[in-house]
Design a protein around this ligand. Sequence first.
Ligand code: NAD
Length: 357
Amino acid sequence: MSGGGTIHSPDFLLGWVGEKPGMKVAVFSSKPYDKHFLNAANAGVGHELIYYDTKLDVNTAPLVGDAPAVCVFVHDVLNRATLEILRQCGVKLIALRCTGFNHVDLQAAGELGLTVVRVTAYSPYSVAEHAVGLILTLSRKYHRAYNRVREGNFSLDGLLGFDLHARTVGIIGTGKIGMVFAQILEGFGCRLLGYDTCPNPNFPKLNRAEYVSLDELYAQSDIISLHCPLLPETYHLIDRAALAKMKPGVILINVSRGALIDTEAVIEGLKSRKIGALGLDVYEEEEGLFFQDLSFQIIQDDVFQRLLTFPNVLVTGHQAFFTQEALTDIAKITISNISDFAAGRPCPHEIRYTPKP
Ligand code: NAD
């Protein structure tokens, strides 16, 4: 307990560790790296972190036991049914260890009196640099060269690339990640076309950067990279109609959210060669695939498997965020969010349902 005796621990707290209240937290979808970074951030803070490798959904929610908080990631299912069970178990706090919250029914959470906090920002360099890595791999064919050289094949046939310098890159969403991505490509000497529903005053200050309409971006870009959130209005933003407006041979990059792209339309675009190359770190149906080792299983998703047959498609399994710096930021902010709640302080990273006007 605190030294002064004037602070009373709410009933959901474990007690006080030094001057700090500790909370019991059920951490779902936890991998060894989550444990490593969360334990490091929690050192000396005193929350009791109980790790479950299973994902949170309506069936696993009772695992929460008497923990008043859950900590979850992008594939945990936080729909109304799950939230109701959590509430019945006495949960008060949902701490997301990610930025996106499209998987949380915020309206239900609000009605059930559940506080939801998230990691509003972490190293944007992690995701932006990964997007640039996908572009370079596709444009210079590193993925093919790697295998070739290992087999003693030093022929350059089929590896012809192109300079990024002076190419036009369209950036949809110029927030934290989109801006870092733009700055990196400014360094390559690219021309940058931005589109954002809420323009960033710093974007047009970059060399050779300007905002244009979405149609102009589609018509003029050699490379298009998506850095906007998944919202009802951005669902399948890249569909047949959008592809029809793009340059033949366009390179498409999506490190944002899978459902920004209509995958079947993109497969048609690859078959017709409208799309010159495709780099994905996210996939609309990734939930049953990514973050697990399925190398001994028969993958049932034929659309995904078709994607993998193209020589000019590169897919990574939602790893753009996966750097030491980003995981350190995520863990520190998550623990700090939990501490704010435990101490009864307002949390700057709380998110609430806002009805559409
Ligand atoms: P951010 O909020 O800083 O920026 C998003 C930008 O998109 C904002 O400028 C916003 O105005 C703009 N935007 C919103 N709606 C738009 C629309 N309809 N058209 C064009 N622009 C629109 O977010 P951020 O931190 O830069 O993250 C961007 C996205 O990256 C996240 O939403 C998330 O989906 C994704 N992400 C992916 C990974 C990964 O590991 N692959 C990790 C973190 C984030």
